[in-house]
Design a protein around this ligand. Structure first.
Ligand code: ATP
Length: 234
């Protein structure tokens, strides 16, 4: 479904991705784990067209998408819930969700997307008219994921959904990610919380300093000495 081949991305002279290759197949949850600054967010920003790779290619469902504008990539069926949630703080929850479906002109499809989000995250229905800035951290994370789902993406990119959440909320958010996946959305999950991410993913990649240094089934990565020592705090 998604294929990155030898992708390089830089901020001026700072090389953030140095030849990343990975793939995500339809129906999978794939996770990319790695420490602060490994290049995880840059990778997602490159997939969504917010940054252009200086080298390499990105293909989505057989179509080259690197270098395409992000609006075009969104309409092909890729949506992202960014790190730090980036909600519109003064807009209501409902308005934030609508922003996720700004390309959707069909009212029936829009209503279906809203229904799906409110079914997945009933708390957002209760908070519908509240401004986003008044939501708790967990609710904001749910709103950010829901906003990304509003465009009915086939591939959902999640950047650190567990960041700043209490453990009980982390478990809840990860359960919801599994639920979204079981409803047919493919997921690429970027996380520093490697333990939880590898527990819900089928496969995983370890990113270090702009390079993929390991790739395997999530179960094998969870058992690997290197991952346990470097990323699971054992
Ligand atoms: P984090 O979890 O802290 O976001 P990350 O794995 O997502 O880490 P990136 O944010 O992708 O890492 O950063 C990769 C590298 O690119 C780092 O060396 C970082 O300092 C650098 N970088 C990120 N954003 C910028 C920017 N706007 N300008 C310059 N360098 C940047």
């Amino acid at each position: 479904m998604l294929q990155l081949d030898n992708v390089h991305t830089a901020y001026g002279s700072i090389k953030a991705l140095k030849g990343v290759s990975l793939h995500v197949d339809q129906g999978e949850i794939v996770t990319v784990v790695g420490a602060n600054g490994a290049g995880k967010s840059t990778m997602l920003r490159t997939i969504t067209g917010l940054m252009r790779p200086t080298e390499g290619s990105i293909t989505f469902e057989g179509e080259r998408i690197d270098g395409k504008p992000s609006e075009r990539i969104a309409t092909l069926g890729i949506a992202m819930s960014p790190e730090g949630r980036r909600l519109f703080p003064d807009m209501s929850v409902y308005e934030n969700l609508l922003m996720g479906a700004y390309t959707q002109r069909d009212k029936t499809a829009l209503a279906q997307s809203l229904d799906r989000c409110y079914n997945l995250f009933p708390i957002l229905k209760e908070r519908e008219t509240q401004t986003a800035s008044t939501l708790s951290g967990g609710e904001q994370q749910m709103a950010a994921i829901a906003r990304a789902l509003m465009s009915q993406p086939r591939l959902l990119l999640l950047d650190e959904p567990s960041l700043g959440l209490a453990p009980i909320l982390v478990r809840q958010v990860f359960r919801l990610i599994q639920e979204i996946n079981s409803q047919g959305t493919t997921i690429l999950l970027v996380e520093q919380n490697s333990n939880m991410a590898l527990r819900i993913a089928g496969r995983g990649y370890v990113l270090e300093n702009g390079h993929v240094v390991m790739e395997d089934s999530a179960a094998a990565l969870l058992k690997s000495d290197v991952v346990r020592a470097s990323y699971l705090g054992e």
